[in-house]
Design a protein around this ligand. Sequence first.
Ligand SMILES: Nc1nc2c(c(=O)[nH]1)N[C@H]1C(S)=C(S)[C@@H](COP(=O)(O)OP(=O)(O)OC[C@H]3O[C@@H](n4cnc5c(=O)[nH]c(N)nc54)[C@H](O)[C@@H]3O)O[C@H]1N2
Ligand SMILES: Nc1nc2c(c(=O)[nH]1)N[C@H]1C(S)=C(S)[C@@H](COP(=O)(O)OP(=O)(O)OC[C@H]3O[C@@H](n4cnc5c(=O)[nH]c(N)nc54)[C@H](O)[C@@H]3O)O[C@H]1N2
Ligand SMILES: [Mo]
Length: 768
Amino acid sequence: MSDETKELRIEKPTMPAGGWASVAEVSKVLLDQRVVLKDSALLMKQNKPDGFACVSCAWAKPANPHPFEFCESGAKATAWETTSKAIGADFFERHTVTELEAWSDHALEEQGRLTVPLRWDPASDRYREVSWDTAFAEIGAALRGFEREQVVFYASGRASLETSYMYQLLARMYGNNNLPDSSNMCHESTSVALQKTLGVGVGTVVLQDFEQTDCILFFGQNVGVNSPRMLHQLKDARRRGVPIVTFNPLRERGLVAFTNPQSPLEMLTGHETTISTQYHQVRPGGDTAAIMGICKALLALDDAALAGGEQRVLDVEFIAEHTHGFAQFEDALRRCEWTAIERESGLARAALESAAQVYARSSAVLGVYGMGLTQHENGVQNVAMLVNLLLMRGNIGKPGAGICPVRGHSNVQGQRTVGITEKPELAPLDKLKEQYGFEPPRKTGMNTVEACEAILARKVQAFVGLGGNFVRAVPETVLMEAAWRELPLTVQIATKLNRNHVIHGRQSYVLPCLGRIEIDRQAAGPQDVTVEDSTACMHGSRGMTEPVASTLLSEPAIVAGIAKATLDPNPKVDWDAWVADYGRVRDAIEETWPDVFKDFNARMWTPGGFRKPVGAAHRVFETESGRAQFTVPEQLQGDPAMDAAPPELRLFTIRSDGQFNTTIYHLDDRFRGVFGSRMVLFMAASDMARHGLAQGDLVALRCAAEDGVARRVDGLAVVPYDLPQGCVAGYYPELNPLIPLWHHAKESKVPAAKSIDVLLERSAAPMG
Ligand SMILES: Nc1nc2c(c(=O)[nH]1)N[C@H]1C(S)=C(S)[C@@H](COP(=O)(O)OP(=O)(O)OC[C@H]3O[C@@H](n4cnc5c(=O)[nH]c(N)nc54)[C@H](O)[C@@H]3O)O[C@H]1N2
Ligand SMILES: Nc1nc2c(c(=O)[nH]1)N[C@H]1C(S)=C(S)[C@@H](COP(=O)(O)OP(=O)(O)OC[C@H]3O[C@@H](n4cnc5c(=O)[nH]c(N)nc54)[C@H](O)[C@@H]3O)O[C@H]1N2
Ligand SMILES: [Mo]
C-alpha cells in the first residue's frame, strides 16, 4: 500500500490549541485543510440539548452549552460525515478492488459517502451493486450455515444505544457472545481496573466536578486534539488558579497553552492560558513507577506530619471506612526504592516530590487520563495505580474529586451499557432470556485480540463489522491482512470506504448506512437516537441534514435486515416494529435495565443528559470486599516483555489533528508543525545525534521482538521533537505493522500501542 506523502514541511507549531473564534473561523480552517463543510449553521446544533451528539469524541455535553459547543476536531468530523461527495456503483466499475488496495487511507475515505449496497464479484474483482434484499438474503443464508461460535460481531463505538442493543441481541440469538468492540483496543484497561478497584467499569466524575476541583492530575491524553471541548473546563479551572500536573512523554501543544475560542479578543491578542503548571515527560510505560513515586513521597509527607503533630496528609478516616488493602500497599511503598522509581519513570525524585506536594495541598483532586495509561502491557495496573493515588487522600466520591477516563468513540461507553460485551457476566442474560424467550449463550466470547488470534488460526468463518476499520486498527497488520483474505464471509456496515473493505473475505459485502447527523425517516416519522458520554450521561441526538442518498438504510434497519434473514422467527422480537419506531427499542432497553434507563423516552432530552447510577461516585463500592480496593503493582516496569535496552528505542503511536482514528482528514499535523506527510518519526535531538541523523533523513523501523515474524515500516522521515531520550513517536495506523499481536495489556488485552521496542535501520524506500 502506498502511504500517501506530499512534500514534507516541518515548521514551528504556532497555533495555540483551541484557536477557533467562530463558525466562520472553523470553516476557514477546514477549507485550508481541504475538508469542506456543506452547512456551517449545522455546527450551532452540535452537542446542544435539542441538537445532535457530535460523532467525534465522547466528551460530556453540558446542560448549559457554550454558544459554540463544538471544536475544530468535531467540526471536521461533522464536515466529513455530511459531505456532498459520494460514490455509487459507477465508482466501483472504474476501479478494481486490487487497484484500490494501493490507495492510502486518506484517498479511500476522501471519495465521500458510500451510497449503495455492494457485493464483491470475484470474476471482475469489483464491488458491484446488489439490492438490499439480495444482500440480506445471501448474508443470512451464509450465516445460517456457519458454526455459531466461529462468527464475530464487531462494533466500532459510534452506533447509537438503539442500534447497539439490537446488534447484541442479534449476536446472542444467533448463538455467541463474540461481541468485541473498539473499547477492547482502548479503555478496556479502564473497565477492568475500575471494576476491580471501585466496583464500576466507568469514571466517577461529572462536569460539575471540574468546577469544584482544586487540582487536576493529567495522564497520557492529548486533550487539544482528541477531546478539545474539555479545554473549556481546563481553562476555567486554570483561571481559578487550579494547578494541572501533566504526565506525558511528549510536549503536546494543547496541554501547554490554550486560547479561548469564545473570545475573539484573546484570539487577536494571542493571549494564552497556560494549561499545565507542571509538565513531567515520563518515559512511555513509566506511569506506574511515576505514581508509585508520588505515593511514596506522599507517605513521607504524612510521616513528617505525624511526627510533627500536624494534620495528617493521608485521609485516614476515608481509608479506614471505605478502603481495603492499604496496609499491603503502604508496605510496598516503603520497600520500593527511589532508584528503581527514577529508572522506570525516567523522572527525578525531586520532580515526583513536587507533584506530591501539589497533590497534598489540594482537597479535591481529579485524575484524568487517556491512552497513555491504557495501551501498555501494564495498562490495567497503570489505571489501578491512579486509583491508589486518589484513594490515599479520599479523592473518590466527593465533589470536585474522582477518576475521569476520557473515552474515545462518541458512544463507545454506551455500547457496553446496552450489552455489547464478550463477557457474559456483564450482560443480563437471564433477563434477555425472560424478555425474549430464548436461551442466551453462556460461553465467554472473543474480544478483539482473541478474534484476531482466531482469524490467524483460520477459526473464524464470518466477520460482521458495525462500523470501524478493524483490520487497519488492530496490530500485526501483515499477518492479519493475509488471514483476512481467507475469511469465508465479511460484512461491513459503513459510511465511508476504508481499507477493511478493500481487504475483504472470499464473500464480501459493504452495506452503506445513514450517519448520525442525517435525518432518519421511518414509518413512525423521523427518528432520534441516544448516546452515552464519558461521564455516563445519556443524551438524545436528532438527525439534521438530508441523507446523502435515498438508497441508504439506517443502522437499525440494516441490523434488523440481517437478523430477519438469519434468525428463526421469534414472536417476542418484532424487528420491523423496532425499525419503525426507535422509541420501542428504548422501551425494550428500559425493560432490560429498569434501573439505568427508567423513563428512557421521557428523559432522553434532559439537558446535560441523565446519568446512569455510578455507585463509586457516592462511595458505594460494589467490589468483592464491598470497599474500594488498594492494589499492589506486580512490578514497576510498564512493559516487562519489552525492555527497550539500547540500541532499541521505545516507540509509541499517536494521533494527529488531521485524523479520527483510521479516518485521515488531511496529512498535516498543525499542532506538531508537520505538514504534507504522516510518514514521520518524532525523535529527541540527542537520539538523532547519536544515530547521526538530520531532520528529514529517511529511516526504517523494525520491531525488536525476535519471534520469527518480520515487522518493518520503511520511509519514515525524522522530525526532531521534545521527547525523552530513548523513545520515539509516530502515527497510528501507519505504524501498526510493527506491533506484535501478543504485545497487549495483561487482563484487558488492549494492544500495547504505546510501547513497542524498535530498531532503527536504513530505509529501503525513497519518499514518494
Ligand atoms: N480528533 C480526534 N479525536 C479523537 C480521536 C481521533 O483520532 N481524533 N480518537 C478518539 C478515540 S477512539 C480515542 S480512544 C481518544 C484517544 O485520545 P488520547 O487518549 O489522547 O490518545 P492518543 O492520541 O493515542 O495519545 C494519548 C497521549 O498519550 C501520550 N503518551 C504516550 N505514551 C504514554 C505513556 O506511557 N504515559 C503517558 N503518561 N502518556 C503517554 C501521548 O504523547 C499522547 O499525548 O480520542 C478520541 N477522540
Ligand atoms: N497503533 C495504534 N492502534 C490503535 C490505537 C492507537 O492509539 N495506536 N487506538 C485504538 C483505538 S483507541 C481505537 S478506538 C481503534 C479504532 O478502531 P475502529 O473503531 O475500528 O476504527 P475507526 O477508524 O474509528 O473506523 C472508521 C470507519 O468507521 C466507519 N464509520 C464512520 N461513521 C460511521 C457510522 O456512523 N456508522 C457506521 N456503521 N460506520 C461508520 C467509516 O466507514 C470509517 O471508515 O483503533 C485502535 N488502534
Ligand atoms: Mo478509542
